[in-house]
Design a protein around this ligand. Structure first.
Ligand code: GLN
Length: 455
């Protein structure tokens, strides 16, 4: 397993790759409440927490104290897990770099390793952590938390997971409650789980999954247990390599990792075959239309009256709304609100929004066809490259970069499928490279078992 260069802060000896509670002494009353009792964790700051400010890294929610706690966070607290902090993100989870929040950018701990410094050169500067759940990925990578919660709408848990060298699971849509997760795209959002090992992710998944009366989109979890089998026989597994994921911008090193791991599966007896997901190329545009449309509607609630920031300019109600939103949202958020309202105009609704819904269905059908054909899991890269230096990331057209970055991760959100990224190597610059496994709905634990095998 890969680690960032801070092994000395890891206090628990045995690489913490099995049940986290083994190394934790039982509470005074005797029996631990569950496998996470006493385990420190962090939460992305777009989950409501009654005990702590919830900001979405936006000026809009500065000082906002929600009157309730998100279901997934509450479940962890009820189990005795210890919330040690809220983590930084791109404002309202819009972005792929964790560079766009009001608190400033998140730095990737790997770019402080001797290896990176030597290989990338003294002036390369630190690299991004990926986003938008960059703070959560860093909390796990830097070993300040055993696990962290992120959110994943188009890749925001898996992207920083890959760039920070940790395991990051985007569960099946509906398996985990979204109640208390401040929405980005309701039809795609899922709470994500970031851990150092796949078996830790399975433990957290077991605690979090399940129906929630407060989220009507939750689904019953599968009857099978979430703890991972001791052994997994990869000879019984059919692995699909989607042709269309050979995307422009894929680095030679990431491609060679992808090939290496596919070969490894094959050598161990798995059947590895090329598959086609023909509508992949439309995913980014389709996501853009659907995302901005939902953003336009979700952000309407921030009007300066009920939550957080309120402008001093109170000439009229309209002026108050406009000034509040102008002052408190960043450019990315404002741009998406404008685009979304454009797509939702009566004259554009059929042309863009309805069409995007249809394309979304085609993307989901591509996956269904491959899985019904007997393929168990898809193996793909998670990101195009390893982590970019911050200076380079912000110089490039951030909008283009941010959308391209999601090319491998977004389709799983479109289809509501589970996907996990697992670190498999270090690049020549000494930065992590992750690969992604995508499976049929509710096969989350199976994906984690394969991820554990790869670790
Ligand atoms: N990068 C994507 C976006 O900006 C994904 C965000 C996410 O998953 N929260 O919309």
């Amino acid at each position: 397993m890969l680690y960032p260069p801070f092994r000395d802060v890891h206090r628990h000896g045995n690489d913490c790759d099995v049940v986290m509670n083994e190394h934790h002494s039982a509470p005074p009353a005797g029996k631990p409440k569950g496998p996470l009792d006493g385990i420190p964790f962090s939460v992305k700051d777009n989950f409501c927490t009654e005990s702590m400010e919830t900001t979405c890294a936006s000026r809009m929610l500065k000082g906002y104290r929600p009157p309730y706690t998100a279901t997934v966070v509450q479940k962890l607290l009820d189990q005795g897990a210890v919330l040690i902090g809220k983590t930084n993100l791109d404002e309202f989870a819009m972005g792929s770099g964790s560079t766009d929040g009001v608190f400033g950018p998140v730095q990737n701990p790997w770019s402080y390793s001797v290896q990176y410094r030597e290989r990338a050169g003294a002036d390369a500067g630190w690299t991004i952590a990926g986003g938008s759940s960059g703070g959560s990925a860093v909390a796990v990578a830097a070993q300040t938390s055993f696990f962290a919660l992120g959110s994943d709408t188009g890749g925001s848990t898996r992207n920083p997971g890959a760039l920070c060298g940790v395991v990051a699971l985007k569960p099946t849509y509906g398996l985990l409650s979204r109640h208390g997760l401040i929405p980005l795209v309701n039809s795609m959002d899922v709470p994500g789980i970031l851990t150092r090992s796949a078996s830790d992710a399975a433990t957290v998944l077991g605690v979090l999954q399940g129906l929630d009366k407060k989220d009507s989109t939750t689904i019953p979890p599968p009857a099978t247990p979430t703890h991972l089998p001791e052994e997994i026989d990869v000879r019984k597994i059919r692995i699909g390599i989607p042709r269309e994921y050979h995307a422009p911008g894929l680095s030679a090193e990431t491609l060679s990792q992808w090939t290496r791991v596919a070969d490894l599966f094959e050598r161990e007896g798995a059947s590895v075959e090329p598959v086609s997901l023909p509508h992949t190329q439309h995913s980014i545009v389709c996501y853009h239309v659907l995302c901005t449309a939902e953003v336009a509607s979700n952000m309407a609630r921030f009007d300066g009256l009920e939550y957080g920031h309120r402008s001093a300019l109170e000439d009229s109600t309209e002026a108050l709304y406009a000034a509040t939103r102008h002052e408190a949202f960043n450019d990315v958020v404002r741009r998406r609100i404008l685009a979304g309202n454009f797509f939702l105009l009566k004259r554009n609704y059929e042309l863009y929004f309805m069409k995007a819904q249809k394309v979304r269905r085609l993307i989901a059908q591509d996956f269904a066809r491959v899985f019904h054909g007997g393929v168990d899991v898809l193996l793909t890269p998670t990101t195009l490259t390893d982590a970019a230096p911050y200076r380079q990331f912000i110089q490039e057209d951030n909008r283009t970069r941010s959308t391209q970055e999601d090319v491998f991760t977004q389709p799983a959100n479109m289809a509501g499928l589970p996907a996990v990224t697992v670190p498999t190597a270090l690049s020549s610059r000494g930065l992590p490279i992750g690969l992604q496994l995508i499976g049929p709905a509710l096969h989350d634990t199976r994906l984690l078992a394969l991820a554990a095998w790869l670790q």
